[in-house]
Design a protein. Structure first.
Length: 252
């Protein structure tokens, strides 16, 4: 990547967000606006990115705070016009109870809306420069998973929403890419007790994502064997998927 870019990443204190920040810092990004809930972890990421040559602005903020997100994104745009915005922050549900379900939907769905809608307004009113929105969904968004109903539902919502936005925002010169990773090393997968086939490092995932965004790939789903498997599940009749899911190991 030879362009000098200004990039905003939510959920940048760990996992894919952290790896994306490091990747872009090492590949010429001039400004990185990084958000996360844990100030200590976020500052460590920011410092590594500064050492790689980027100007970094860390911000401890919750993506569920609509007003705060709008104000922060406006401030970032005023410092350095944004080129790529990663709506990446997300949580796993853990125990599937009422409180955790609300938290999952608030963070994974409304948190993304709170991130991308201020950006959409900014991008629509700007006639020049690269304008990219990247939404982190998941392979889990291809089909509802009995082991994580709320999580897979929120990721399915993001996948459909992002795919639809890609077409509706194209006339404004805005590129939308939806990211559907499989099992990638993160604080979420650290808690998993189920098998995680094709497990991948966050650094490898970041490289795949950045490369495909640069090629304007609309749906960035990987690794391909998992994508093929979940796609097949999504087109099977429920009678078969019920049997398959019943035979799979459950989280404990």
């Amino acid at each position: 990547m030879t362009e000098k870019l200004s990039i905003l990443i939510t959920g940048a204190s760990s996992g894919i967000g952290e790896a994306l920040a490091q990747y872009y810092a090492e590949h010429g990004a001039t400004h990185l606006f990084l958000s996360g809930r844990n100030a200590e972890r976020l500052e460590k990421v920011a410092e590594r990115c500064r050492q790689a040559g980027a100007t970094v602005y860390p911000k401890q903020i919750s993506v569920t705070d609509r007003k705060a997100m709008q104000e922060w994104i406006t401030q970032c745009e005023n410092i350095a016009p944004l080129n790529i915005v990663f709506a990446n922050a997300g949580v796993s549900t853990g125990e599937e109870n009422t409180e955790n379900a609300y938290t999952t939907f608030d963070t994974n769905v409304m948190g993304v809306i709170n991130t991308i809608h201020p950006v959409m307004d900014i991008f629509k009113n700007r006639n020049s420069g690269k304008k990219i929105i990247a939404i982190t969904s998941s392979i889990a968004g291809y089909h509802g998973l009995p082991s994580c109903p709320s999580y897979s539902a929120t990721k399915a919502c993001l996948k459909a929403y992002g795919e639809a936005l890609r077409g509706s925002l194209k006339p404004f010169g805005i590129q939308v890419s939806v990211i559907c990773p499989g099992f990638v090393k993160s604080r979420i997968t650290d808690k998993n007790t189920c098998p995680m086939p094709f497990f991948m490092s966050a650094e490898k995932a970041a490289q795949i994502i950045a490369t495909r965004i640069d090629k304007n790939v609309g749906l960035i789903a990987f690794p391909w064997p998992m994508r093929l498997a979940v796609w097949a599940l999504s087109i099977l009749p429920n009678r078969l998927t019920d049997w398959i899911y019943a035979a799979l190991p459950h989280k404990v």
